[in-house]
Design a protein around this ligand. Sequence first.
Ligand SMILES: [Zn+2]
Length: 249
Amino acid sequence: MKTKPLYLDDSYLKEMDADVLEVLPEGEGVFRLILDQTVFYPMGGGQATDQGKLEADNWSGEVYQVLNKQSLLSRKLENRDGEIWHFIKTSGTPAVGAKVHGSINWDRRYKNMKLHSAGHIIDFAMFLLGLSPKILVPLKADHNKNPHIIYQGTLEEDIKQKLEDRTNELVAKNLKLTWYFQPLEDLQKEAIYLIPGLPTNKPLRTLKLEGVGAVADGGTQVKTTGEVGKINIESIEKEDGLTIIRYSI
Ligand SMILES: [Zn+2]
């Protein structure tokens, strides 16, 4: 049973109404639920899980984590494609067919969204500096408690100051970030790089920075670079042939 991911179209949605499609008991007062649609962002793509509340007629619960196929796989939990599981603590008994009202902890989400967009703005600055993906190849990123992005390859030159300057130029210009779905062949035309192994059988979510270019992305984003505010490059470390850029906002 699939869940419509409302956050992919509108990162600013804070609440939704939904139907409970499936309920699995997870332990004492803990359940996991599939809903027909959700504003809750599941852990993944380096962005932390949303948290918040689900309320039905005769029960309410705290959503403490939300997982999708990728994040379930990493915990060796069974999953099916397109499902988003809401893990809740409740003294009630959720049942299939219930109508629920969901609301996310917006402060937490908005901070995660800004951290996530900041990582991409740094990555776009790396592209504009001619460093990525030619010399340093984007590998992965984490936008949680210790935000960092990792590139394959290392540099002799110390780029900390010029990267921070270029990144904050993009912030100061208050450029638009937009996102939309398109087939791989269209994404290829505007992408600054694409990670290998993207699916070819479905539209891909594209993140575009005005005047710079696009990447494939599945997370939540703010609408303009200015919304993130000043981005600090905390350190650039070299480790086992990798470059690790740590940042804060
Ligand atoms: Zn991303």
